[in-house]
Write a protein of this length. Structure first.
Length: 344
């Protein structure tokens, strides 16, 4: 079961348990903090006990009637998991940090920082009695911890020693004893996965892959350490790299930049002119690429995206065959286009 389905199943179980449990109480009062306007939980809210790593928390969570999922006290859960929690007066948000995980939470905004991007969970954080509460899915999708339901108790456990991340390779370094791949961006963006002698390289069918067979433009799933450097981009050891593309294909060229112009031919085929940075020695700083029917368009997480989002001004990372026209700028066909999300 993939992470999204697993999380949905957990939240459904939580909701069913709460709506059939018959428990009715408000969360206990808590000490004051600077997280927003003081409110009071509904008297009909279902109280839910919380256990983190085998220890019961003194502060409960709750779920109001008709709400999508339970809400958990952010500081109590984060402290128990070993996260550093700090109030950011400038952004009026709570910043959390542990290892390679950093996020920021603002009361009333369904907008959570993950890997220098924002995601939505469908439920906004709420301030109750001067305490900030977050949806249960925040624990699994943002903090990347294990969460389950046991009777009327939410059980949270620390994540495994490694996490999985999906992205497209934008650079490869092979300098003798040092090998690495970069995913999710160029410059200071993205992440560098250091490849060692124990790193397992495979295709999606499980067959082994040589490091020399990796190339830019490949979509990979990487299992890597929770610990990373503080450099930009961060670096972390990779335990396993799995190529998700059906065929490795020929080595591609790549350009990361901004879509300067979108034109549409009489047959409805769109072409985009991109200006930015070449990803390899043979790649182009500026190129015109046709979006064919089989052009793969995805976001930075490797999820399918729409060609309608490839508009003028969009930030993209494009990959294409070395077969280009001799025009200025040269033209070719886009094999894969990665749409970059709004950054923090």
């Amino acid at each position: 079961m993939n992470a999204a389905l697993k999380t949905s199943a957990i939240l459904l179980t939580l909701s069913l348990a709460l709506t059939t449990g018959g428990v009715s109480a408000a969360p206990s009062a808590a000490s004051a903090s600077n997280h927003g306007t003081v409110q009071s939980p509904s008297a009909a809210a279902a109280k839910l006990s919380i256990s983190v790593n085998g220890s019961a928390l003194s502060e409960p969570g709750f779920q109001s009637p008709g709400s999508k999922e339970p809400l958990l006290p952010l500081r109590a859960v984060a402290d128990a998991l070993g996260f550093t929690v700090a109030w950011n007066a400038q952004t009026k948000a709570v910043d959390l940090h542990k290892g390679s995980i950093f996020t920021s939470v603002q009361s009333g905004k369904d907008r959570y920082a993950v890997n220098k991007m924002y995601i939505q969970l469908g439920t906004a954080p709420q301030t109750k009695q001067n305490k900030l509460y977050v949806p249960a899915s925040f624990v699994s999708k943002v903090l990347r911890q294990s969460i389950s339901m046991e009777g009327q108790q939410i059980v949270v456990n620390p994540a495994a020693e490694h996490i999985s991340e999906t992205g497209v390779i934008t650079a490869i370094t092979d300098a003798g004893s040092y090998q690495s791949v970069r995913i999710r961006g160029i410059g200071t963006e993205g992440m560098i996965l250091n490849v060692g002698k124990d790193t397992k390289l495979t295709r999606q069918d499980g067959s082994e892959l040589a490091f020399s067979e990796l190339h830019i433009g490949m979509t990979i799933e990487a299992q890597h350490s929770l610990i990373s450097t503080r450099s930009l981009p961060p670096q972390t050891p990779a335990y396993q790299i799995t190529v998700l593309d059906g065929e490795t294909g020929e080595e591609l060229l790549g350009t990361a930049g901004t879509v300067q112009q979108v034109t549409t031919a009489e047959d409805g085929t769109a072409s985009i002119r991109i200006r930015g940075s070449a990803l390899s020695e043979k790649s182009q700083n500026e190129v015109v690429l046709r979006l064919a029917k089989d052009t793969v368009i995805i976001n930075e997480n490797g999820e399918a995206a729409s060609s309608a989002d490839v508009i003028q001004g969009a930030e993209v990372i494009s990959f294409y065959s070395p077969l280009l026209t001799r025009s200025l700028p040269p033209s070719g066909t886009a094999l894969k286009v990665v749409l970059k999300a709004d950054k923090l």
